[in-house]
Design a protein around this ligand. Structure first.
Ligand code: PEP
Ligand code: MG
Length: 325
């Protein structure tokens, strides 16, 4: 089985009826990059930069960040690298950056909210990312976006960073693309508006499921309620993808669900452009992709959207998978 999987590492991820899906890796360290490259990842769809900020005594300087971003970009040899800006808060705390205790940390002071509050920190990271863009195909992605204003404010800090680099004569890619994570229900419902502001979307199902169902993703007592295959989630995915398609921007998925074999027909039916997942899932998903027709997945979509319960969705997908095997 291992050998068979290794053989397909070099094959392009295309369905039997010709739909190519960019299978990319989620990484949060340089070590994970090595695994990703070994699995034939076509890029990095989510670089979680938090690790750079963790297990230390102060915020990383611009040069320290630049060194890491540059080395990842170079190792990818031209394949896309989506760098997500700092996503701390919620479950991820830093020893040297105290966030006052909150009743609802996941709904609290975190991610882009911290970055827009502490623009000094944000600009440092954006400068480091921009500088790395000179050495590969780097894209910037903002987490936890819930409004158009946030995107515009973040972009204005980005514009400042660019102006500074221009003044200093430091090279960077002027075409660096900017995208947002769609992981808050509000973002889904203004996806058409957000799509006009950015170059791409990436759906973060981990948080989107949590916020859509009001189920804490860390709380084991209610983990049985954490249900990605919920009819509400299917509808949210559809809204998001339709908005992206209408605006002509690409849309990917980077939550855990992207690597779930059972979800593959959903992605094909919705015509998702990119799936970014843990490196060890890539070959499994590719193997299934090579055998799953997009046309058959598309035929399944109305039925999926008609399901009234998660159980019905699971059953339908199970039956579909058995037909593919
Ligand atoms: C997500 O929310 O789906 C996601 C990919 O981001 P994280 O898991 O880092 O919150
Ligand atoms: Mg998230």
């Amino acid at each position: 089985d291992k050998q068979r999987l290794r053989r397909i590492a070099g094959i392009r991820p295309v369905t039997p009826d010709g739909k190519e899906v960019e299978l990319a890796a989620n990484i949060s360290s340089l070590k994970e990059l090595e695994v990703a490259l070994g699995s034939g990842a076509l890029g990095v769809g989510l670089f979680r930069t938090e690790f750079l900020y963790m297990d230390r005594i102060r915020f990383p300087h611009e040069d320290e960040q630049f060194d890491v971003y540059r080395s990842v970009a170079e190792k990818l040899e031209g394949r896309p690298l989506i760098i997500r800006t700092l996503d701390i808060g919620g479950d991820k705390q830093l020893d040297y950056f105290e966030i006052p205790e909150e009743d609802n940390p996941f709904l609290g002071y975190r991610a882009i909210r911290i970055c827009l509050d502490r623009r000094d920190l944000f600009k440092t990271q954006l400068r480091a990312i921009l500088r790395a863009s000179h050495f590969g195909c780097v894209k910037i992605m903002y987490p936890l976006i819930s409004s158009v204003e946030e995107v515009r404010e973040a972009n204005s800090v980005l514009a400042e960073a660019k102006m500074e680099l221009d003044r200093e004569g430091v090279p960077y890619d002027r075409q660096t693309q900017v995208g947002v994570m769609i992981e808050v229900p509000a973002a889904v419902h203004i996806a058409d508006l957000l799509a006009e502001e950015v170059d791409f979307f990436s759906i973060g199902t981990n948080d989107l499921v949590q916020f859509t169902l009001a189920v804490d993703r860390m709380n084991e007592q209610i983990s049985h309620m954490y249900e990605p295959f919920h009819p509400a989630l299917l509808r949210m995915l559809k809204i998001t993808v339709e908005a992206a398609k209408r605006a002509g921007i690409p849309v990917g998925v980077c939550g855990e669900m992207a690597g779930d074999l059972k979800a593959l027909p959903i992605w094909l039916a919705l015509d998702i452009d990119e799936l970014s997942m843990s490196a060890h899932s890539i070959l499994h998903v590719k193997e299934r992709l090579l055998r799953t027709k997009q046309s058959a997945s598309r035929e399944l979509l109305p039925e999926l959207l008609n399901c009234r319960t998660s159980r019905e969705i699971h059953q339908l997908l199970q039956k579909f998978m058995e037909g593919v095997d």
